[in-house]
Write a protein that binds this ligand. Structure first.
Ligand code: NAD
Ligand code: ZN
Length: 239
């Protein structure tokens, strides 16, 4: 790497958590843990069958208690702590593995499993237990209106203003373990490159977005992310 790139934006997807034991979304069968996405991750599905949707997310939330951050999550936290320029980590993941690894400049654009939200009064709060149609909002006291604080298909992702602002000033953009199918995240690479950033993709395989990147590194995130972090920190110390 010739000069130390100092304005860094990193996007992660389900692939970074796969080696921790959380299945990705688009497996070979196109299902998320046996479900069609539209049956569990949309406002329509929740209105039709709240029991099913709560059960699905209760299982995902419980699974968090059985997994740990892996070497890739830990490397990104180390990078953030040592990076002298601006830094933003944007994740599509709803798990809490980046948080537990120590990442702080972190935006969960698709929400978080460990939070709940009230559809009646919009109050949001941290919640690590099961939810059900009987769950009561601690703010307005209503039941039947509490939902997982997850951005479902057809809903607008969170923090887009802050994310596009960082992308439009980025000098290096890195996408890790994301399939490049879910917009607007799949278009972040174009925004960053339009602003003059160099773009690196890390994935097990080529993706729908691969052609937009300057450089592709193919292999497991737990190998390739720590290696890239070491390179970036070494370039920074001589830069
Ligand atoms: P995706 O499941 O569509 O794609 C995962 C990508 O990761 C694929 O391109 C795959 O090749 C790659 N990959 C798999 N294992 C890898 C590894 N060990 N190292 C490097 N790359 C690897 O994921 P997405 O693009 O993030 O979109 C999925 C959506 O579903 C997200 O919006 C997210 O909210 C949700 N989701 C979240 C989780 C989670 O929080 N852990 C899990 C499943 C789905
Ligand atoms: Zn409420």
């Amino acid at each position: 790497m010739s000069k130390s790139p100092d304005r860094l934006v990193i996007l992660t997807g389900a692939g970074i958590s796969a080696e921790s034991g959380l299945p990705t979304f688009r497996g070979a069968d196109g299902l998320w843990e046996g479900h069609r996405v539209e049956d569990v991750a949309s406002p329509v599905a929740f209105a039709r069958d709240p029991e099913l949707v709560h059960r699905f997310y209760n299982l995902r939330r419980a699974a968090l208690r059985t997994v740990e951050p892996n070497a890739a999550h830990l490397a990104l936290a180390r990078l953030e702590a040592a990076w002298r320029g601006s830094f933003l980590l944007v994740t599509q993941n709803v798990d809490d593995l980046h948080d537990r690894a120590g990442s702080r400049r972190l935006l969960h654009m698709h929400g978080e499993l460990i939070r709940a939200r009230c559809k009646a009064c919009r109050h949001g709060w941290e919640w690590r237990d099961d939810l059900s149609p009987d769950s009561i909002c601690p703010s307005c006291g209503k039941s039947g209106r509490v939902r997982p604080d997850i951005v479902w298909f057809g809903e607008e992702p969170l923090h887009l203003g802050e994310i596009f602002d960082a992308l439009s000033r980025a000098s290096l953009f890195i996408a890790i373990g994301t399939s490049g199918h879910v917009y607007p995240a799949a278009g972040f690479v174009d925004v960053a490159r339009g602003a003059g950033a160099r773009a690196i993709e890390i994935n097990l395989a080529d993706t729908a977005a691969s052609a937009a990147f300057d450089e592709r590194r193919t292999g497991p995130a737990t190998d390739l992310v720590p290696a890239l972090v070491e390179e970036l920190l070494a370039a920074q110390s001589v830069g």
